[in-house]
Design a protein around this ligand. Sequence first.
Ligand code: PGA
Length: 243
Amino acid sequence: MKVIGFMKYLFANWKMYLSVDESIALAKKAASFSITKDKKLVLFPSALAFTDVKKAVGKKLEIGAQDGHWEKSGAETGDVSMHDLKAEGAEYVLIGHSERRADGDTDEIVARKMQSAVGAGLKPVLCVGETKEDLNTVGRDERLRSQLTSALKNVVVKELFIAYEPVWAIGTGDDDNPKDVAEARDIIEKVTIVISPATKPIILYGGSVEAKNVGGYTEIMDGVLVGGASAKVGSLRGILREM
Ligand code: PGA
């Protein structure tokens, strides 16, 4: 029998969908939502909009970054360090999102980012998930096992968020069914307890989540990581209501 936590998380990954002005406007609206104590909304704006969004929400909502570099400072053109993100008010950081992995983040880079995030005092949101190709080759379970093992082996994380995001379900409208997601959750728990026995991971689902399907996931998961549908006020509010 699964024991799912009391708190349900809605992590809104705005990706590169919104301009700075649009991000501020949506953040202000999100900060005015009335949110019950059993739900937590966290916004993940672009790096450029980050500081303004933080100002716009004040203490009403927490903010996360979509990525961060593992070095504290240095010759890293175009990057932002985990330490600076923390200094600017980030509480969380997405690590190993499939869109970053597709742009070159290897398991080794993901592991370095995990260590750096924890060192900077950020809560990492480790994203894992299989591609369609994985399903035809190594399989889902082995892909999850290898991603988790390499990301977690050299790091002690107090509050560990893991987002299970099947890559084929992201941004496609082809969401995974809750039965498969529950199986993936079991695998994630089993692997994590071996590598990091003291950690009780908080496990989210991501991939084409909308108001109409979110309830099926929040019954079996601790929350959801939402892209497209979190970048519009109506659908963001709808998801929050239905979860
Ligand atoms: P999606 O994205 O909700 O647009 O499918 C999810 C994610 O990439 O985190």
